[in-house]
Design a protein around this ligand. Structure first.
Ligand code: SF4
Ligand code: SF4
Length: 154
């Protein structure tokens, strides 16, 4: 499972590394997901594996406290449960493996450092070109635009 955190460039003078789009993964290879049917951003709070009452996740260990605004690479859109569903004999995934991470408003392409406002993504390709993505789609390469990480130069 690919982690959500992506190594990004830090040298502002040099800018992003020049990458041939053909060398990038395709959307399928990074588990790109289409927008939620209700147009919400993706987060644990609208994942079917979230337990709303005990802030839990069915595929993580019961002691892992899950914030509704976190997200991981196993996200599946749908109504959450009240409490975590116990599966005897299941080996839970660890936050490190799932890529569990914080968000402030959920995750989506339009607030990802790799998103360009012509609705292409500079981290995935289709037919050798930067792939079209939906502003409210998302994938495992998501990395949020933040104050100290102000977004892409595309
Ligand atoms: S940790 Fe992952 S699988 Fe669990 S509720 Fe959050 S997004 Fe869903
Ligand atoms: S913009 Fe970000 S979240 Fe969307 S497909 Fe590209 S890398 Fe993934």
């Amino acid at each position: 499972m690919q982690k959500r955190h992506l190594q990004i460039w830090v040298d502002e003078e040099e800018g992003p590394p020049q990458v041939d789009p053909a060398d990038l993964p395709t959307p399928d290879e990074v588990l790109y997901q289409a927008p939620n049917s209700d147009t919400t951003r993706k987060a644990c709070g609208n994942c079917i594996m979230f337990g709303t009452k005990d802030r839990s996740c069915t595929i993580h260990a019961s002691e892992v406290d899950i914030d509704p605004l976190q997200i991981c690479g196993y996200y599946v859109f749908g109504p959450p449960m009240e409490t975590r569903m116990d599966h005897p004999g299941m080996d839970p995934v660890t936050p490190d493996l799932s890529g569990l991470m914080e968000t402030t408003i959920g995750a989506s392409c339009d607030i990802c450092v790799h998103y360009s406002f012509d609705e292409t993504c500079h981290a995935v390709q289709q037919d050798g070109r930067y792939s079209k993505v939906d502003p409210l789609g998302c994938c495992t390469r998501w990395y949020p635009v933040e104050e100290d990480n102000p977004g892409n130069p595309y």
